[in-house]
Design a protein around this ligand. Structure first.
Ligand code: AMP
Ligand code: MG
Length: 427
């Protein structure tokens, strides 16, 4: 069998994934199933409805300070002495609020209370001295100071949260503000993880002298959950074509298939061979990155149908063949699988997140590949530094647990001297 090799630059490979991810969201593509979730359970989920303001926010002109509601024109010259009409606390019934604040008058007011008619500013209590029913005010206030006008944050009926938004704490708070105790969210896409390799054994087994335990299925399951998917773990596939094919066919019944291992150049790296026999379409079979160079991205179309129609896998399921080295698996998930998963989850995929930091010590690499090296970001404010973790290569999970980011080294550099700026990709 002749395998074709399509090794793309990192940028091209990423672009291809983003293009395919966008296709799954085009108007012609299948509608995604939705479900309803209680407000708290909806956090981290992807919104499948539009959330509108059920009333003006704020619903009344709102004081943002404890102090006195005044007419700003009364505050010159200073100090000004005003007559205090009464007090308005937060939650005060609107009918209890003094009818109108006239020239020379003020109302004691609390944060979150409705500002009475006639007043156009609130002076903070710190700048006032109360004497019986009079208050002396030491500072001026501009019109509107310390007041949020009715509807200034949102008008009744306006769109607050749109479909496709991943609900974080602020979005949940806004939904609560408008009385949405339940929200319609997209169902989590099912993502099947298929680990390959004759040397790999289950976490509950005692490995033989030349065997290792499966860790990739677990790191991937965690990343899938974080990205909004529901992981499904298949049994470990041996390096044998028929058994591998059977498991791939099972995996293609979910929304996305992630394979790990078996994509390098070894004689028993069978993933591409088996998928080629299944007439899969390949978008790339490698990217000029390290770790993770042998990463594969493709789609199994209708031609993939199993011989027995009953257990036929679905047409048009995307798959990634992630390299088996544990750190390569983690990095290539973040770089390539995540945007596709996010699109299948109904979100607009988020961009990679970068910051810049100064290299703490010299970074030396061989040029030619864009490198994503496990690193530690430390320091704060204006003095943020990044340092590579010492590691034994892309199999070294122990080193990666000490990292909190990846230092990204461009393809044309072999040395980044200490003190130079480095792009840092946040996990
Ligand atoms: P491969 O990509 O199959 O050539 O595997 C590359 C390296 O990653 C080998 O040293 C494998 O033993 C190791 N590896 C592959 N799959 C896993 C896994 N599921 N968990 C831990 N290590 C793995
Ligand atoms: Mg292998």
């Amino acid at each position: 069998m002749v395998l074709s090799f399509m090794v793309l630059s990192f940028e091209d490979a990423r672009r291809v994934v983003e293009e395919q991810a966008a296709l799954t969201q085009s108007p012609g593509s299948q509608a995604r199933p939705t479900e309803h979730a209680d407000l708290l359970a909806a956090s981290g989920r992807v919104l499948a409805e539009s959330v509108l303001a059920d009333r003006d926010i704020p619903p009344f002109p709102c004081s943002t300070r404890d102090g006195y509601a005044v007419r700003s024109s009364d505050l010159s010259p200073l100090p000004a002495t005003l007559e205090v009409l009464g007090e308005i606390k937060a939650g005060e019934k609107l009918e209890n609020i003094p009818g109108n604040v006239s020239n020379g008058q003020a109302v004691s007011i609390m944060t979150g209370a409705p500002v009475p008619a006639g007043a156009d500013a609130v002076v903070m209590v710190e700048y006032t001295t109360r004497r019986d029913n009079r208050v002396e005010i030491a500072r001026g206030a501009a019109v509107g100071e310390n007041i949020v006008p009715r509807g200034a944050e949102a008008r009744k009926g306006s769109l607050l949260l749109d479909r496709g938004l991943r609900l974080n704490e602020a979005a949940v708070a806004l939904a609560a503000t408008v009385g949405k105790a339940r929200l319609e969210v997209y169902r989590r896409p099912q993502v099947t993880v298929l680990t390959t390799g004759d040397e790999i054994v289950d976490v509950r087994s005692t490995p033989g002298p030349s065997q290792i335990r499966n860790s990739n299925s677990y790191s991937l399951a965690v990343q899938i959950r974080q990205a909004g998917g529901e992981p499904v773990l298949l049994p470990i596939a041996p390096d044998e074509p028929q058994a591998l094919r059977n498991l791939i066919e099972q995996g293609l019944r979910s929304d996305l298939l992630l394979l790990t291992g078996g994509v390098s150049m070894g004689r028993y790296d069978l993933v591409e061979q088996v998928l080629t026999e299944m007439q899969a379409e390949f978008f790339f079979t490698g990217a000029q990155i390290q770790p993770g160079r042998p990463v594969v991205f493709g789609k199994c179309g209708a031609g993939t149908l199993a011989r027995d129609g009953a257990s036929a896998p679905r047409a048009g399921v995307y798959f990634f063949g992630l390299p088996g080295n544990p750190v390569s698996t983690m990095v290539t998930f973040d770089l390539f699988a995540r945007p596709m998963l996010e699109a299948l989850a109904g979100m607009s995929p988020r961009k990679l997140r970068f910051v810049h930091a100064k290299a703490k010590s010299d970074i030396r690499v061989k040029p030619g590949l864009r490198r994503f090296l496990p690193a530690i970001l430390s320091g704060e404010f204006e003095n943020v530094q990044v340092d590579l973790v010492a590691w034994q290569g892309s199999g070294d999970v122990a080193a990666t647990t000490r990292a909190n980011c990846y230092a990204v080294i461009p393809t044309d550099r072999d040395l980044i001297p200490a003190g130079e700026w480095v792009a840092v990709m946040m996990k």
